[in-house]
Design a protein around this ligand. Structure first.
Ligand code: FES
Ligand code: FES
Length: 132
C-alpha cells in the first residue's frame, strides 16, 4: 500500500526532534484525525539552515514530515512557503488517497513556523492560499 520511499521515511525519519532555540515554531493539528505536528526552523539570511519536526501521528504523517523537512532545508523562506503538500506526496512517490490529508499537516506546520518567525521579526505574516 505504501511506496518504498514512504516506508523508508517512516522507518528512518530525517530531521526528527526539536530545536530548543528555534527562530520559528509551528504547531498544527489535523482535524480529521486529531494528530499533531510541530515544526522548528532556524533561519539565517532568509535561508532555512535547520529544521526539525515532532509528529504525533500516523505513518503517512511521519513520512510526510520527514520528506518535507528534507525538501525545505537550505531553501529560502519564499521557496519553503511555496512547497505544497503535492510536492511532498510526489517526492514520496505517492500516498494512498485516504492518506493525502496527512501530508497537509507538514505544509501547514511549515507555514506556521515561517509566520511565527516573521512575526517575531516584526514582519506581517504571509497569507495562506485558499484551499489545498
Ligand atoms: Fe492523522 Fe494521518 S491519520 S495525520
Ligand atoms: Fe485542507 Fe484539503 S486538506 S482543504
Amino acid at each position: 500500500m505504501y511506496s518504498e520511499k514512504v516506508m523508508d521515511h517512516f522507518m528512518n525519519p530525517r530531521n526528527q526532534g526539536e530545536i530548543p532555540d528555534a527562530d520559528g515554531v509551528g504547531e498544527v493539528g489535523n482535524p480529521s484525525c486529531g494528530d499533531i505536528m510541530r515544526i522548528f526552523i532556524k533561519v539565517k539570511d532568509n535561508i532555512i539552515t535547520d529544521v526539525k519536526f515532532q509528529t504525533f501521528g500516523c505513518g503517512a504523517a511521519i513520512a510526510s514530515s520527514s520528506m518535507a523537512t528534507e525538501l525545505i532545508k537550505g531553501k529560502t523562506l519564499e521557496e519553503a512557503w511555496e512547497m505544497s503538500n503535492k510536492a511532498v506526496v510526489e517526492a514520496l512517490e505517492g500516498l494512498p488517497p485516504v492518506k493525502v490529508h496527512c501530508s497537509v499537516l507538514a505544509e501547514d506546520g511549515i507555514h506556521q513556523a515561517i509566520n511565527d518567525y516573521r512575526i517575531k521579526q516584526g514582519l506581517s505574516p504571509w497569507e495562506e492560499k485558499a484551499g489545498h
